[in-house]
Ligand binder design. Structure first.
Ligand SMILES: [Zn+2]
Length: 329
């Protein structure tokens, strides 16, 4: 008993010595600082690029003046990432080809200047025939993801899937380099696009745009099945002055996070290679040895931390939009 008391006493002393006397009190959870801290905690070291762009140094990745002539600045080689998934992105944005011998689904289409070199030529480099494209799914109607679609619709007869409000945006918006696509399939929540053995489940996740689509689909890593949660509208930056839009964005993050959990997703993908690390991750595959984990595999808990991060980031941004932030980053 005496010994037990002595040990308890020593550990109390040790504990009190380990506590810095001037450690600041943690911020209230429902404050700008509290949500930012929660976002950082959720991101850990897995999602630093997205955390930085959405939450710490809010900014978009639009770069005025980038053109086809700046190819050295944006061009990236295509990479086979899974047995049935190829990356066809630039250093800034991602496009993906989900493949099956019976046809190909393209997800997002880059700026017009990159669609030919990255998607069409990239497929050929990967020994994929663009004439086998059956569907193109547009996550949303912003120029960095939708400008390449007209080429694939006109030249290869691809069916095009987009959210209804984003079809309206494309139709009613300014001219698009490469031309506007003809309205085709209006995505419904829960709809599945199937080609051969690939099935892509579509979730409507408004926020980034009114018609943003996110996706759940399966890939195979040397035969091992894995599930991808594809976030169609990553950034809350277009909503920094729009609390209602941010609330909608937050709902969509929770909806997609829940669907990811239910499907057992251990991979999260988005369409800005610049801040989700796609450009780096796909190149890491070249150094991957047998038995090593896939660079995209963050585990089911990692996927949930991702959506916790985007949720908390958006809540922090909403605090600022409502004028309740006491500190600006
Ligand atoms: Zn966008």
């Amino acid at each position: 008993m005496v010994r037990a008391l002595a040990l308890a006493s020593a550990s109390c002393i040790g504990l009190s010595l380990a506590q810095p006397a001037n450690r600041p009190a943690p911020p209230p959870p429902d404050s700008y600082e509290g949500h930012l801290a929660a976002a950082k905690q959720a991101a850990g070291f897995d999602f630093t690029g997205t955390l930085a762009r959405l939450c710490v140094v809010p900014s978009t990745s639009f770069r005025d003046g980038v053109t086809a002539q700046d190819r050295a600045g944006w061009y990236a080689e295509p990479v086979k990432v899974f047995d049935n998934l190829y990356w066809l992105g630039t250093k800034i944005h991602s496009s993906w080809a989900l493949t099956d011998p019976r046809g190909i689904i393209i997800i997002d289409t880059l700026f017009n200047y990159a669609a030919g070199p990255e998607i069409v030529d990239g497929m050929r480099k990967m020994h994929l025939d663009p004439r086998n494209i059956k569907y193109v799914i547009l996550s949303h109607g912003h120029s960095d993801h939708d400008e390449g679609v007209k080429l694939l619709q006109d030249k290869y007869g691809a069916r095009v899937v987009a959210g209804g409000p984003d079809w309206d945006m494309m139709e009613n918006g300014p001219d698009m380099p490469g031309g506007k696509p003809r309205r085709d399939i209006v995505a419904a929540d829960g709809q599945t696009i199937t080609v051969g053995g690939n099935a892509v489940t579509i979730l409507t996740t408004p926020g980034h745009t009114p018609g943003t689509l996110s996706l759940i689909f399966a890939v195979r890593d040397h035969g091992k099945p894995m599930v991808v949660a594809y976030s169609g509208g990553t950034s809350n930056i277009p909503l920094v002055h729009n609390p209602a839009g941010l609330a909608q964005f937050i709902d969509s993050q929770r909806k997609l996070g829940k669907a990811a959990a239910e499907s057992g997703a251990s991979i999260v993908m988005a369409n800005h290679s610049e801040f989700d690390g796609a450009y780096t991750k796909v190149r890491l595959l070249a150094a991957r040895k047998a038995g090593e984990p896939h660079p995209y595999d963050v585990g089911t808990d990692g996927v949930q931390r991702y959506f916790k991060m985007t949720d908390e980031c958006a809540q922090a941004t909403r605090m600022k939009a409502l004028g309740q932030a006491s500190l600006s980053p």
